[in-house]
Design a protein around this ligand. Structure first.
Ligand code: MRU
Length: 368
């Protein structure tokens, strides 16, 4: 997508042919900084410290992390060490494991002197594939927004509620949940987005609002607790969120608070869609509540807030008594029964095993 008239992806290979650049998402929306990654450790820190975040982008960064590790040592043991180190950075988004396994498969049984070239080629392919996949998700989601517009008699904008950031910053380009919104806007379908702030790290307020604003998409930031009220008053036509891991049976794990939005949507008859690429489906897990590790992050993310003062200084402040204990659960699981449909690169399906297998029949025999 464009930033001040220049096209960016969220990650790219530099002209030197080996180092990788990413947009430092911890600095947005107050500064647009690019960070250069030159070692596997740089990639691991970028993922762990959420300089990059969002399930598909975490996977893409890990893929290049393997490339950077290979520059130092292309042996089997070094590849295994890099795979383990990168996998340990964040536990919930399955795209991380998917991308690392793809990289290891691409290197398996290759002579040492061919590995580096093969790794960079596979990492680039993972990125290009993510762009194409998100573009296809956008097309299928656009049809849902058009339908909502028709239901509204084409008389007013379609109101979409989203949670966290599942835009181009969370992928390589386009986004998952936001791709249909960008396409609707670009195609002249009037759309307005309710942007959940998404405490504690405010990915909605900081990143989604920045993305939508940069693209000229009308939006309003709301506190995380406002969605239910808006749905009760007919102010939300549909919800679209992303996901960090979706089970083989359609349970959806996403940023903490997604479940509460799905409950409110269900109670109010508001369609609740989840947009995802195939790399986010964990075919090995059937029960999302039992089978998906939920990341718990530093309590300081709850007790402290970052913001910009009137004089332009970016500062952190405490929002709790100094001694207040805090817990920071980063994700939750929305049971499949609360999800109206899954929007994938292959089309829209029911959030169920049958629904997923109708789009991915090659999985019927299972890879385990
Ligand atoms: O903790 P984050 O910011 O990495 O969480 C991101 C999300 O929850 C997104 O909704 C999800 O990764 C889907 S991104 C296309």
């Amino acid at each position: 997508m464009n930033v001040d008239g220049t096209h960016y992806r969220s990650i790219w290979l530099n002209d030197d042919g080996w180092s990788v650049s990413v947009i430092d998402q911890t600095r947005l929306p107050f500064a647009f900084d690019v960070k250069r990654l030159t070692t596997m450790d740089d990639a691991a820190v970028a993922i762990r410290d959420m300089i990059v975040r969002g399930a598909p982008l975490i996977g893409a960064t890990a893929a290049y992390g393997i490339c950077l590790a290979l520059r130092a040592d292309a042996g089997d043991a070094a590849v295994d060490r890099a795979h383990a180190a990168l996998l340990a950075t964040r536990p919930t988004a399955v795209n991380l494991r998917w991308a690392l396994d793809e990289m290891r498969d691409a290197l398996r049984n290759r002579p040492r002197d061919e590995r580096l070239t093969a790794a960079y080629a596979r990492a680039a392919q993972i990125c290009d594939d993510d762009v194409a996949t998100c573009h296809a998700i956008g097309g299928h989601g656009l049809a849902l927004i058009r339908e909502a517009w028709a239901r509204a008699g084409r008389k007013r904008p379609v109101n979409v509620l989203t949670h966290c950031n599942a835009g181009w910053l969370a992928t390589v380009d386009w986004g998952t949940a936001l791709a249909p919104i960008y396409m609707a806007h670009d195609d002249g379908v009037p759309v307005h987005v309710w942007v959940d702030e998404t405490r504690p790290r405010n990915q909605g307020a900081a990143l989604t609002a920045w993305e939508l604003g940069s693209h000229g998409v009308p939006h309003t930031v709301i506190v995380d607790n406002a969605g239910g009220h808006l749905m009760q008053h007919g102010e939300v036509d549909l919800c679209i969120t992303g996901t960090d891991r979706t089970t083989a049976t359609g349970d959806v794990c996403n940023k903490i608070g997604t479940y509460l939005k799905a409950l409110a949507a269900h109670d109010n008859g508001v369609p609740f869609y989840v947009a995802l690429p195939y790399s986010t489906i964990d075919w090995t897990v059937r029960d999302g509540l039992a089978g998906i590790p939920i990341e718990q992050r530093d309590a300081a993310e709850v007790t402290r807030l970052r913001g910009r003062t009137a004089s332009g200084e970016v500062v952190e402040v405490s929002v709790t008594p100094d001694a207040a204990p805090a817990a920071n659960y980063a994700f939750d699981v929305t049971p499949a029964r609360l999800v109206t449909g899954l929007v994938t690169e292959r089309g829209v399906c029911a959030a169920s095993e049958e629904g997923l297998l109708s789009l991915y029949p090659e999985r019927a025999c299972g890879r385990g």
